[in-house]
Each structure stands twice: as structure tokens, then as C-alpha cells.
Write a protein that binds this ligand. Structure first.
Ligand SMILES: *Cc1c(COP(=O)(O)O)cnc(C)c1O
Length: 413
């Protein structure tokens, strides 16, 4: 399969596993529990042999999605979760202990920022740095540092971490490198190529892609040697060390914390993943065209989009992401234009949170998703009060440009 293209590999991955009756899709297995004729087999599953016992730790349907995500991320294994946040909590809480130190990018998703606050309250020291510059990450490292966390394209400021240099730094210092790949998806970027140890995806966004299913995943790239990691419990040290980290994340995150994805949802997300390349190519093209239109418009003060030449990490984005720049825009309207009034004029664009839908969505970021973090932290993240986050969908581009254009015209009249 490795020789096949991205989409062919995903489309044909289900039937490479034997499926009952020759079904071309993995069926939905909704049973809570799994039986065995010989009780020794049930015992073996409890003691670590691959297999199913109770649905909280996975079903054949979640396993099929996990193997699809592993193919997409070129990883050695994946664990799925009920949401992206459950996946992140699964990583941090399973692998970090009180007294450990985590270095994280300051340009991160608002709820992840809040989760890191919870982690601090539990005794994990967290340092936030400007991860667009590897020197800042390096300067923050301490003897107790266990992990470095960064996103690919930050939301909504679109800052791009120095992903490759941070990967080299983590490898040199033997640190676990966790990359949230949600905004790029494995179609645009595989964090394994820059040395990531663990890749997290919110499957609710581009992966599932239709705004009708929540999920998350953690993929182990196989690049980190977990035998060197001090926090792995003895019980999870069976088999090859490359699997230890993910085993612990699964045992703690699913079995103990219960952040399990349902089979129904896993099935929907798996179908969505099959068209990721088609949807994202169109959304990226739309985003670039819309960014150029808005940037040139007198009603707009600034557009944050990595595909624009003046974006501070434009060159880095091109190199890392194969000259695709994602489908997320940050738009600051010209002085004096009320962003609430402007948004209310949009007809095609949906006023809603969420990103990575087939439909274009927009919301005023400072007043909604970044409200709780307060003005000081917003300023640190580069989020102006007037900033509008636009998640560009797959509509015909003329309809999007006409919608934004008509609203801006009214505001300027
Ligand atoms: C949405 C998102 C998450 C959280 O994912 P959910 O599935 O909504 O819990 C994490 N990171 C990023 C970058 C996101 O956009």
C-alpha cells in the first residue's frame, strides 16, 4: 500500500482487513462487550494481546478508523477519542506527572490553553513560548522538561511554529514532541516528517469534514524510544518500546478516563476521511482566492493567511506544507467598521464556531472562542478585538467573494 497515493491508500484500507460478507466498508460494531469460546483468549486480551473485551477500550469500528488514520499519518499506531480535547487530555494526563515540565507554543487553540491551565493546577509546570522561533523553545527547556507541544497553523492568528527545528531540538534532547495537526491535516502535512513523536488530530474538523461528528486521535509515529521515558508504568512495558507510549495513552485515556469514541461516530468520520484530499484542496484554493480579495479591499485592514506573501512565515509554510496554506483566515476590518454588523450582513457564510466544515463559517474570535482567556493573553496571541475567524469551505469561490464583497460594500456605503 505504501506505493499508492494518499487517497487510494485510504479508500482501499478497509477491505485489506478481512470484512464479513465482503462488505466494502467496515461495518459498525456497536456491542459493548466481546465474547470468546475459550476463556483463555479473553484472559489473553486482558493481558495485552490485541483484541476486544469492552467497548470503552475500542471496537472493531474504532480500530478500523484508527488504522485509516495511521495510514494517513504514516504512523505505527493510533488511538481514537470522543473529541480532539479528549485526545489532548489523554496525551497530557497519561504521560505527565506532577513536577514534570511542558513547553508549549503560546499560539494554541483556546481550549488547549485552558487544559494546560488545568495541568498546571495538577502540578505540571507549563511554559508558553513563541514557538515560531526555536531559540525560544530551547531557552525554556529545563532538566525536568519531558514534552514540547505545538500546533501547525495556529487558529486564528495563523502563526506557524518552527516545526522542523523544534523536531530536531526534541530529537537531540530526547523529548517527546507532540504536534496538533488539526489545521493542516495529514493531507497537507505529516508531522512525522519533522520528527514528531505523537500527532494529534481533531477528527471533528477537516478529517471528518462535514461538521456532523466529533472525534480525536493520537498517532504514534514510531520515532520516539519510549524505553527512555521515565513515566511509563511497568504494566505497559510489554512488547516493542515503540508501542509503550500509545498503550499507556489508551489505558489511561480510554480505559481509565473514558474518552471513548462511539462506533457510529467512528464510522461517519472514516467515510469523511476518504474525501479529505478533495475537500481540502478546494478549501485551500478558496481560502487563497478569498484572502487575496479581502487583502485588496478598502474595508479590510489586515488578513492573516499563510498563503499571502507578507505573512511572517509564508516561506516556511510553503516548504512545510507543499505550497498549500490551509483554509483558515483571520480578518481584521478597517478602523470604524463594526465587525458584528458586518457579520450579520453575510448571507452564504454561516455565523458559527467550528472549522473544517464543508460550509464556510465565521465568528468574531475575541468575543467568543477567546473570550475566557482575557485581553492580556489575547494580545500575546495576536488576537485583535475586531478579528474575524473564517473557516473557508468548499462552496464555489464566486459565491464567497460576492458574499463578503456585498457585506463590505454595505458597510462602506
Ligand atoms: C478543534 C480543535 C481542537 C479540539 O478538537 P475537538 O474535536 O473540538 O475537541 C484541538 N486543536 C485544534 C487546533 C482545534 O482546532
Amino acid at each position: 500500500m505504501a506505493s499508492h497515493g494518499f487517497t487510494s491508500s485510504i479508500l482501499h484500507s478497509d477491505r485489506r482487513q478481512s470484512i464479513e460478507y465482503g462488505a466494502t466498508h467496515q461495518p459498525m460494531h456497536t456491542a459493548a462487550a466481546y465474547r470468546y469460546d475459550d476463556v483463555r483468549d479473553l484472559v489473553a486480551v486482558f493481558q495485552g494481546r490485541p483484541g476486544f473485551s469492552y467497548g470503552r477500550q475500542g471496537t472493531p469500528t474504532t480500530a478500523a478508523l484508527e488504522s485509516k488514520v495511521s495510514v494517513m499519518e504514516a504512523g505505527v499506531g493510533t488511538v481514537s477519542f470522543s473529541t480532539g480535547m479528549a485526545a489532548l487530555a489523554g496525551i497530557f494526563i497519561s504521560l505527565l506527572r506532577a513536577g514534570d515540565h511542558l513547553v508549549a507554543s503560546q499560539y494554541i487553540f483556546g481550549n488547549t490553553n485552558s487544559l494546560l491551565g488545568t495541568l498546571s493546577a495538577l502540578g505540571v509546570e507549563v511554559t508558553l513560548v513563541d514557538a515560531t522561533d526555536v531559540a525560544q523553545v530551547e531557552a525554556a527547556l529545563r532538566p525536568e522538561t519531558r514534552m514540547v507541544f505545538a500546533e501547525t497553523i495556529a487558529n486564528p492568528g495563523t502563526q506557524i511554529a518552527d516545526l522542523a527545528a523544534i523536531g530536531a531540538l526534541c530529537q537531540a534532547r530526547n523529548l517527546v514532541y507532540v504536534v496538533d495537526n488539526t489545521m493542516t491535516s495529514p493531507w497537507m502535512f505529516r508531522p512525522a516528517t519533522v520528527g514528531a513523536s505523537l500527532v494529534m488530530n481533531s477528527l471533528s474538523k477537516y478529517m471528518g469534514g462535514h461538521g456532523h461528528a466529533l472525534g480525536g486521535s493520537v498517532t504514534d509515529t514510531g520515532l520516539y524510544d519510549w524505553s527512555a521515558y521515565p513515566n511509563i508504568y511497568d504494566a505497559y512495558k510489554g512488547g516493542k518500546p515503540t508501542s509503550w507510549g500509545l498503550t499507556q495513552i489508551k489505558k489511561k485515556g480510554l480505559r481509565d478516563m473514558g474518552g471513548t469514541l462511539s462506533s457510529e461516530t467512528a464510522h461517519r468520520i472514516a467515510i469523511g476521511c476518504e474525501t479529505l484530499a478533495l475537500r481540502m484542496a478546494r478549501a485551500c484554493d478558496n481560502a487563497l482566492a478569498l484572502a487575496r480579495f479581502l487583502e485588496a479591499h478598502p474595508g479590510v485592514a489586515r488578513v492573516h493567511y499563510p498563503g499571502l506573501a507578507q505573512h511572517p512565515q509564508h516561506v516556511r509554510a510553503g516548504e512545510l506544507f507543499g505550497h498549500r496554506y490551509g483554509a483558515l483566515l483571520g480578518v481584521e476590518l478597517a478602523e470604524g467598521i463594526d465587525c458584528f454588523e458586518f457579520l450579520n450582513l453575510l448571507q452564504v457564510v454561516i455565523l458559527s464556531t467550528h472549522v473544517g466544515d464543508t460550509r464556510t463559517l465565521a465568528l468574531p474570535a475575541a468575543h467568543t472562542i477567546y473570550h475566557e482567556m482575557g485581553a492580556e493573553r489575547r494580545a500575546q496571541m495576536g488576537i485583535a478585538d475586531s478579528l474575524i475567524r473564517v473557516s473557508v469551505g468548499i462552496e464555489e469561490i464566486d459565491d464567497l467573494i460576492d458574499d463578503f464583497g456585498a457585506a463590505l460594500k454595505k458597510m462602506l456605503a
